[in-house]
Design a protein around this ligand. Sequence first.
Ligand code: TYM
Length: 333
Amino acid sequence: MKKKIFSGVQPTGNLHLGNYLGAIKNFVSLNNDDENECIFCVVDLHAITVSQDPAILRENIHETVATFIASGIDPKKSIIFNQSRVSAHSEAAWILSCIARMGWLNRMTQFKEKAGKDKEKASVGLYSYPILMAADILLYDTTYVPVGNDQKQHLELCRDIAQKFNNDFKVENFFKVPEPLIQKEFSRIMSLKDGSKKMSKSESSDLSRINLTDEKDQIINKIKKAKTDSLPIPSSLIELNNRPEARNLIGIYSSLANSTLESSIQNFSGKNFSEFKKDLSEILIDKISPISDEIKRLLNEKSYLNKILEDGYKKADNIASKKIKKIHDIVGF
Ligand code: TYM
């Protein structure tokens, strides 16, 4: 039996190094393993939980597909589709919202962060968004969900929803309870300006992140301006504690070089950050610029991108529509 892999990325523009190192790079290796059946979803329904300009959203959906392909996901091997095309996602989300408890959602830290101080003005969709995410995952009998660390709590909620549904309706194992796949290291890439904040699309300063579409000179400039401290690179991992910016930059280097933090520290121990930053910019340009060039090239091939989404839709809809029919049956519709 093949393992089923499902993950999603919001088409909200500015896909960045955190998305790549925390999630998309992992999608590519899972896609390359013939033991897996992968589904990668452009979660456009999630994107509208905050207001979107329709024309820009449409462009961002294409850009997200282009990023998947440019990063190395093979659309012949993996299903790539956009969530809004497969109506079972919205339907299942409603049904599961009658299973999930308010108390569970109230604990979600991402909602608290995103809604900020003015919770009353946040959309209801932003609040119930983890339920839609559970619907995405559960419709496909997913075994593993590769995500960055920030999605861990949502995955736990998804597991709780699956188990409660199975228990409430006495349908043991109807929903497969999925496992998160979160890398031990580098699953939380931090802002280049503040090592205590995660790198994010919504951060107002563009200097806080490396976008996957950044040009070479933008990458060099952002790394040059990235916050560090005045100490040289230490000789042990323990000495990096309490130096979040330093740890983050060495982490980014290690992840791109497919090496460990320890071996990067050994490589650079005693050097100044100005020297290290040159090597970091170089490896970023080496790994990110080809992806960036390919994204831009693919964005001129909309018919190719649409064809991928159309093929993906048919395959995804075929799976999801069968599952939602069974859900209807179980619920008593
Ligand atoms: P989204 O669109 O915010 O992010 C996409 C993926 O990128 C990861 N990520 C990061 N990883 C490391 N460091 C960072 N700074 C960083 N920022 C983002 C995220 O963890 C994610 O894996 N709710 C999800 C999308 C979603 C989904 C799903 C995921 C919808 N349905 C079903 C898995 C399964 C989200 O908003 O991701």
